[in-house]
Each structure stands twice: as structure tokens, then as C-alpha cells.
Design a protein around this ligand. Structure first.
Ligand SMILES: O=C(O)CCC(=O)C(=O)O
Ligand SMILES: [Fe+2]
Length: 268
């Protein structure tokens, strides 16, 4: 794989739902930050390495309402987020979700680069190909309708932005197989049969969820069309030794997407 940033149509690196690349990053890592600082990147070498990787499999993007639109985001435990459903939480299970499930322009890939590991904190994932096996024909049919809504991710409302109820269709058959949109905690059915089908989907996701503990230097590429992901709880220490990831959200192309310098605009 070349690491050069290219201007032509990107190619996906894999057709797998998740791909682990061990030992991608080997440079020294400073202590884990305690607070977000938009003016200061505590590990710029990792930011550059991840941005190159992301731009080799697609286009790294930011979102206007998330972490100030940053292309490479930091994920470490933040004391005031311990119990929230955001990636900087720690003491709670981060429920299984499609990244930005509510958004019309979801990333195709979520790329996580682990700078500092925590053995308790496993990244969880479930492949839609496994999930659908556990659904009845009737539930499968209902899950292909738009009788569902999801709300805005809390990470898009950190400056008091309004919530919204957005209609979504959980399962779509595509030429590449099933594609899914799911959020364990934010989604609900708008009809009795949708509520029943969603409950079956919760069970199917739970039943098929696997996990991986990322080690320092690892990259995990999650296909956000084909699998949901989350994280197990862990105990933060706030002493510079906590778990620390860098994250890139990657689209295949920005064609037809309202974006300002790769920062996708949110219109609901
Ligand atoms: O911390 C993790 O392993 C995953 C967190 C997450 O959901 C994300 O970064 O999108
Ligand atoms: Fe996520």
C-alpha cells in the first residue's frame, strides 16, 4: 500500500467487515492528555500517519458539529464524560452503533489507531452477515422499511445543538451484501411491528458481537456499512497512562456531499 495522499478515486483496502493491522505505529507516544485542546496536538506524528492511511483507503472527513470538524480525532477518557454515550466515555458500555447513524452522509470506514491500550477496554463489533442469520423472514422484511427513527449522536450536540428524530431503514440489500444502520440506544420503531423487529435485532446483535482489545500501535478498520461497533467499560486513572486512540472517519468520495474543506455539514 502506498501512503501518498492521492487525488484520484480511492479504493477500499478490504471487503472484510473489520480489519486489524497490528503494529502500524511504532513511534514514541507522550502521556495521554486529560482534556481536549484544539490548539495542541499531543502526538502529531500519529495524526500524520493516520491521515495518510485514511486518505489511502478513501477521504478522511470531519463533521461540522463533532470535535470542531477535526479530521483526526482524539479518543481518551474525559472525566465529565464517564457515563455518556460518547467515545470519550469509560465506565459504561458504549452501546453497539453505526457511526453517525442519523447522518445522511455516514463514513464508510471508522479507522482507529491505538496509541495506548487498556486490557479492559475491548472494541466490540458485529458483522451484518452474522446478524441477519438470527432474524426471521418477517423481521427481515420489516427491518427493510423506514418505520424507524434514530436521534442525533450526543457528540453532535455538545454545544447545545438541537436533537432531531431522523427516519432510517436499518437493513438494505446491496450488490455487496447487506448494509445496516443501527444504534442500540438511540433507535426506536414507530409501529408495533417495527418495535418487535428492532427488539429481535437487538438480540441478534448481542448474540453475534465479538471483541478485540487493541494493542498500542494497532489499526482497526471498521466497515461502517457492514458492521456495528462499541466498547466495553474500563476504569480511567487520569494520570497520563489511560487508553488513547486516534480516529479517522473515511468516506469513499466527497462527490455530492455538502462539505467545506472536507468538513461535512449537518443539515437535518
Ligand atoms: O473506543 C473504541 O474502541 C470505539 C469507540 C467508538 O465507538 C468510536 O470511536 O467510534
Ligand atoms: Fe463509534
Amino acid at each position: 500500500m502506498t501512503l501518498a495522499t492521492h487525488a484520484t478515486a480511492p479504493r477500499p483496502i478490504t471487503t472484510a467487515a473489520v480489519t486489524l493491522i497490528p503494529g502500524f505505529f511504532t513511534a514514541p507516544v507522550p502521556p495521554t492528555p486529560l482534556v481536549f485542546n484544539a490548539q495542541h496536538d499531543a502526538c502529531p506524528t500519529a495524526t500524520v500517519a493516520l491521515l495518510r492511511f485514511a486518505d489511502d483507503i478513501g477521504r478522511a472527513v470531519g463533521y461540522d458539529r463533532e470535535q470542531g470538524g477535526r479530521l483526526i480525532q482524539d479518543i481518551f477518557p474525559v472525566r465529565s464524560h464517564e457515563l455518556a454515550q460518547v467515545s470519550s466515555s469509560s465506565k459504561v458500555v458504549l452501546g453497539s452503533h453505526t457511526e453517525t447513524a442519523f447522518h445522511p452522509h455516514k463514513p464508510r470506514y471508522v479507522v482507529l489507531l491505538c496509541l495506548r491500550s487498556d486490557p479492559q477496554a475491548a472494541t466490540t463489533y458485529a458483522d451484518v452477515a452474522d446478524i441477519v442469520i438470527h432474524l426471521s423472514d418477517e423481521d427481515l422484511a420489516v427491518l427493510q422499511t423506514n418505520e424507524f427513527v434514530t436521534s442525533v449522536d450526543p457528540s453532535f450536540m455538545s454545544n447545545g445543538e438541537p436533537d432531531a428524530q431522523v427516519r432510517v431503514t436499518p437493513l438494505t440489500a446491496t450488490g455487496e451484501g447487506w448494509s445496516l444502520i443501527y444504534d442500540q440506544l438511540l433507535m426506536r420503531g414507530t409501529t408495533p411491528r417495527a418495535t418487535t423487529a428492532l427488539s429481535a435485532m437487538h438480540h441478534a446483535v448481542k448474540h453475534t458481537t465479538q471483541q478485540v482489545v487493541l494493542a498500542a500501535g494497532d489499526i482497526l478498520v471498521i466497515d461502517n456499512h457492514r458492521c456495528v461497533h462499541g466498547r466495553t467499560p474500563f476504569a480511567p486513572r487520569y494520570d497520563g497512562t489511560d487508553r488513547w486512540l486516534k480516529r479517522a472517519l473515511v468516506v469513499q468520495s466527497l462527490d455530492g456531499i455538502d462539505a467545506i474543506e472536507r468538513v461535512i455539514q449537518t443539515q437535518l
